[in-house]
Design a protein around this ligand. Structure first.
Ligand code: NAD
Length: 480
């Protein structure tokens, strides 16, 4: 997971120099418009040109996009951390590399054929046209790059409504992708966006008649909004992924994997371990092994209280964490200023000198603690003790809040693994590995940064962005 420290600082130095030399001036065809209407009209014109191209030519554009993402991964990662103040450059680089290498392309498009006495019927995977995509501040360039590859592979153009807090990074990603597409012989403006995204421009995009499909990657408010839009919508919403460790697990490996997943990009991925529930028999061993990793700091009771004062704010109202089956009482909400911050910054804020190399703060708490119940998106791992595996699984189900997003388990017992997989019912369930194995990082399968739990598409890919069309020829084209 780690780049060598020297290698990383050399790359960053080179990238900074390049960025200073290169002006980020926007040209026609870069896909960046003043008004949402113009962005949608341009994307519509581009899509008409795209579907005139062969699939082979389309795949050439996808190859160029993959290369552009990889070539620019470090500069985008750097820009993103600089702009948002969240996450880690090395991990953001790895996420972009993953998108470039493991996002499916046109190979996913398959035709189904029925032949018989009455002729031939084909079912083809066709584009929607213009797709509107809303992207989060937690993974801005990865979501834009990954959505763009999948949506364009399916023959669509895409209009992005990025989070205003990540506008520079998002525009830069759109610009780089468009230039790569044009250089590879594709039309201008297959990917468009607005220079100043806002709630108003997002609303305009969602309701525009030329936008045939809306895809929202973000928290509960935006998922609810697109699902109420009256048009086809895909919602990739919030998670609060629990990890259960039972007494049969390889504790040394579990300790390493849980910390690696929890601290990845400072815990911002929606799939990252947000709380650990451990069977009490192996609790001491787990904590010992976690601390032996050398990158973990265990918060004492008074430090837990001080961290709470820093990273949480009190909220008196009732709320839901997204797709809750029943709303739950909320007493706290996260202080967004602290999302994606380094563990060392959090320690400094409570007056503790951070040990060298600290990446994750761990603490033992009760299950109703806000660190467990809220989706923190910070490198803080609350750990809850359970009497046995059944209690641990029950607590994990409660903590996941019915989001049906992601969960992990470390166990060697097939019955326990099967039980948790069934009852937690999440879109992603990772066994004996860090959470990121669930999106193809060190695990089999393709990657995505839009995991559509609420609407059921699961890990989105090219096929998700297609509509089925049937073409029927009667009494001909049967050759048997
Ligand atoms: P967010 O919900 O604050 O913002 C997401 C996007 O929606 C942004 O572009 C924002 O500008 C827009 N938005 C939010 N509310 C809106 C409204 N009322 N009207 C119009 N636009 C609105 O989320 P965030 O902080 O950017 O990202 C973190 C959240 O996203 C977490 O809850 C995380 O779990 C979730 N997420 C989910 C996935 C997934 O694949 N399921 C992936 C990444 C992040």
């Amino acid at each position: 997971m780690e780049l060598e420290k020297n290698e990383l600082s050399l790359i960053i130095e080179k990238v900074l120099k390049e960025m200073n030399e290169r002006s980020l001036k926007i040209k026609n065809g870069d896909g960046i418009f003043d008004s949402m209407d113009d962005a949608i009209e341009a994307a519509d014109r581009a899509q008409r040109k795209l579907i005139e191209m062969t699939i082979e030519q389309r795949e050439r554009l996808i190859r160029a996009m993959r290369k552009a993402i990889l070539d620019n991964a470090m500069s985008i990662a750097k820009l993103c951390v600089e702009e948002t103040g969240m996450g880690r450059v090395d991990h953001k680089y790895l996420k972009l590399k993953l998108v470039s290498e493991k996002t499916p392309g046109t190979e996913v498009l398959k035709t189904t054929a029925f032949t018989g006495d009455k002729g031939l019927t084909l079912i083809e995977m066709a584009p929607y046209g213009v797709i509107g995509a809303i992207t989060p501040v937690t993974n801005p360039p990865d979501t834009i790059a990954c959505n763009s590859i999948g949506m364009i592979s399916a023959g669509n153009s895409v209009v992005f409504s990025p989070h205003p807090g990540a506008v520079k990074t998002s525009l830069e990603t759109v610009r780089i992708l468009n230039r790569a597409i044009i250089e590879a012989g594709g039309p201008e403006n297959i990917i468009t966006t607005v220079g100043k995204p806002s709630i108003e421009s997002t609303d305009q995009m969602i309701s525009h008649p030329k936008v045939r499909l809306v895809v929202a990657t973000g928290g509960p408010a935006i998922v609810k909004k697109v699902l109420s839009s009256g048009k086809k919508a895909i919602g990739a919403g919030a998670g609060n992924p629990p990890v259960v460790i039972d007494e049969t697990a390889d504790i040394k490996k579990a300790a390493r994997d849980v910390i690696a997943g929890c601290s990845f990009d400072n815990n911002m991925p929606c799939i990252a371990e947000k709380e650990a529930i451990v069977v009490e028999k192996v609790y001491d061993e787990l904590i010992r092994e976690m601390k032996a990793n050398g990158n973990v700091y265990e918060l004492k009771d008074d430090e837990i209280r001080r961290v709470m004062e820093v990273v949480l704010t009190e909220e008196p109202s009732k709320g839901s964490s997204g797709c809750d089956i029943k709303p739950r009482e909320k007493r706290y909400m996260i202080n967004k200023k602290w999302v994606g911050k380094d563990a060392s910054e959090i320690l400094k804020a409570i007056g503790v000198h951070p040990p060298k190399g600290v990446e994750c703060l761990i603490c033992t708490v009760e299950n109703d603690h806000p660190f467990v119940q809220e989706e923190l998106m910070m490198p803080i791992l609350p750990i809850v003790k359970a009497k046995n595996v059944d209690e641990a699984i029950n607590l994990a189900v409660l903590d996941e809040h019915g989001n049906r997003h992601t969960a992990m388990m470390h166990s060697k017992n097939i019955d326990n693994l099967t039980k948790m997989a069934r009852v937690i019912n999440t879109t992603i369930f990772v066994k004996n590995a860090p959470s990121y194995a669930g999106i193809g990082f060190g695990g089999e399968g393709f990657t995505t940064f839009t995991i559509a739990g609420p609407t059921g598409e699961g890990l989105t890919n090219t096929a998700t962005f297609t509509r089925q069309r049937r073409c029927v020829m009667v009494d001909s084209f049967r050759i048997i």
